[in-house]
Ligand binder design. Structure first.
Ligand code: GDP
Length: 579
């Protein structure tokens, strides 16, 4: 068969004469016909046959299957047809109008709106309340485990096994409960303790650009202590405004709903009153409503500060009507929410705002135990090059004394130094005082509780237990999320699932709070097309280790409010192709 193909080629190459010479090839005599044709052909034609081109074509054809040859023929025919068509459709010389190329989407994948996420119920929902002096029987009832099981945990933690009716300390109860897999809330009894009035802790919330930061700055400058100390220069995350009357108000210096809800999510009910800032020239906006919802959910009373009243376009009355129609019971309308008109820029109305806050605090009868071990909450944490991890905390009750051993979230340490808001070293801190603690072994998170423990051993044990529990919860959340995503892949439009691009990111921020906020903001960018993978969140400037980590996981580094890295590090990052 192959020879017959050569014959056909030969006929085509040798021209019309060869038709007569070669004749019609028949099965069996093809080789003979080929030889005859070559013998009788003119010398020129013979040369042509043996020319390189013919040899090559024949060789190719001898070694290729017939189907392949047929395919090739088809292709050449098609291309010939195509080229003909192209020649026919050649555009006329008339100049066509320029059509700019359509911009390509950054990710070449079909847009699929994000599906509403199902809440991941990973962490055991059960939270039990524990207190000092509870018995194992009581703990077994609350955890839903047997006394024998809890006693076994006690043995494993190296604690002395007590009778099931003996009182155990709150730290031991926490350890056992965590091992049993439940979340705990510590109850601090005030029975028999002397309660003293304490200053209110205030958070400022409102829509962006309505003047929250300006108002906090203006209030900070009104503080008597700040004036005496020549102003508050350091950013602590909280400050106290002391008035000439001797009364004081503690302001959380972290405006924004993210900080407020992050603290609440970690069980830190630090805020007593919310100042809702509304710009008089802008009125009620989406984040104003969001702030109202947050305050309502936290059951925290609101004082409205209508800001920017110095502006000619200001219309405070309109703002009041808007707030009233949104369901906020203003005092003027027969409700109990006070409204104050202020100007953060002109510093007017600030005294009235402070008076309103003190009145609200008086109505709430805020009191706290002053004696005994302190209970405090972390507001912000940062890493200082010389001083190590620093945590800003607000004491809720009791007195925090320098030298005490503390467990802060999953971290522990011995308090080396306590500083007040103007940076002065103090011996102890009383309720509602914002302080900076030095001496922790690691960085805690905003909203972590500060618990005073008896010894270093107890502090280590409790922090180890908490870390183990955190890790267990984290793994459970991760496995639940994976399970949910696999489930949705198999159940819903799995074949149409678009290709997702992973974006690994390393975050470096000045303080823990900012780091968490940036992490949450970036996580919100997750979509079916882009999966934001936060590889690491660190505090402090970008270091060589961050560049190494970024190179290893092909991540980019996002810095927030940190010093720009040295040029050598920039060069190293360029070399490693790290953005
Ligand atoms: P935040 O985003 O709510 O923290 O708002 P900022 O405090 O950053 O303020 C946003 C803008 O409003 C800034 O340009 C301020 O100067 C301006 N601003 C804040 N308070 C006042 C005020 O009382 N009067 C006037 N005229 N401008 C103000």
């Amino acid at each position: 068969m192959c020879s017959s193909v050569v014959l056909l080629i030969l006929r085509r190459k040798l021209g019309r004469d060869s038709q007569a010479l070669v004749g019609k090839p028949e099965a069996g005599n093809v080789h003979a016909s080929l030889l005859r044709a070559l013998e009788t052909a003119s010398p020129g034609a013979r040369r042509l046959f043996f020319s390189h081109q013919i040899k090559k074509t024949a060789g190719e054809l001898f070694h290729s299957s017939l189907t392949l040859s047929a395919k090739r023929k088809d292709q050449t025919d098609n291309s010939r047809d195509g080229s003909l068509r192209i020649r026919k459709e050649k555009p006329c010389p008339v100049e066509a109008p320029y059509v700019p190329p359509r911009p390509k989407p950054p990710v070449e994948a079909r847009y699929v709106p994000p599906r509403p996420k199902r809440p991941v119920k990973s962490v055991p929902d059960r939270t039990i309340e524990i207190f000092d002096g509870m018995t194992l029987v009581e703990l077994a009832k609350r955890t839903g485990q047997t006394v024998a099981y809890l006693q076994e945990i006690l043995v494993n933690t190296g604690e002395k096994v007590v009778s099931e009716f003996d009182p155990i300390s709150i730290d031991i109860a926490e350890l056992v409960a965590m091992e049993a897999g439940v979340n705990i809330r510590r109850l601090h009894s005030t029975e028999g303790a002397v309660l003293c009035p304490r200053p209110p802790v205030v958070t400022v919330m409102g829509h962006v650009d309505h003047g929250k930061t300006s108002l906090l700055d203006a209030l900070r400058q009104t503080s008597v202590a700040a004036k005496e100390a020549g102003g508050i220069t350091q950013h602590l995350g909280a400050f106290v405004v002391g008035m000439s009357s001797g009364a004081s108000i503690t302001f959380l210096d972290t405006p924004g709903h993210a900080a407020f809800s992050a603290m609440r999510a970690r069980g830190a009910a630090v805020t007593d009153i919310v100042v809702l800032v509304v710009a008089a020239d802008d009125g009620v906006m989406p984040q104003t409503l969001e702030a109202m919802r947050h305050a309502k959910a936290a059951n925290v009373p609101v004082v409205v500060a209508i800001n920017k009243c110095d502006k000619p376009t200001a219309d405070p009355e309109k703002v009041k009507i808007q707030l009233g129609s949104e369901g906020l019971p203003l005092e003027e309308m027969g409700g109990d929410v006070q409204v104050v008109q202020v100007s953060a820029v002109k510093k007017s109305g600030l005294d009235k705002l402070e008076e309103a806050l003190l009145l609200q605090a008086e109505m709430m009868e805020l009191k706290a135990r002053v004696d005994g071990p302190a209970q405090a909450y972390v507001v912000e944490a940062r890493l200082d090059r010389g001083r190590g991890p620093l945590a800003t905390a607000i004491v809720k009750s009791g007195t925090l004394i320098c030298g005490q051993h503390v467990v802060v979230g999953a971290q522990w340490g011995r308090i080396r130094v306590i500083r007040d808001m103007v940076g002065m070293v103090i011996e102890c801190a009383k309720p509602a005082m914002p302080i900076e603690i030095e001496g922790l072994k690691g960085l805690p998170m905003a909203g972590d509780d500060v618990t005073v423990v008896q010894s270093e051993e107890r502090a280590r044990m409790l922090s180890d237990g908490r870390r183990k529990k955190q890790e267990k919860d984290r793994l459970k959340i991760a496995s639940d999320e994976r399970y949910l995503s696999q489930e949705s892949d198999t159940t819903e439009d799995a074949p149409e699932k678009p290709q997702s691009v992973e974006l690994p990111i390393i975050i470096k921020a000045d303080v823990q709070g900012s780091g968490q906020a940036v992490r949450d903001a970036l996580k919100n960018l997750n979509s079916p097309q882009v999966f934001v993978n936060i590889v690491h969140v660190g505090i402090g400037p970008v270091a060589q280790s961050d560049v190494d980590l970024a190179q290893a996981c092909r991540a980019c580094i996002v810095g927030f409010n940190i010093r720009s890295p040295p040029s050598s590090l920039g060069l190293a990052a360029d070399r490693a192709n790290v953005k």
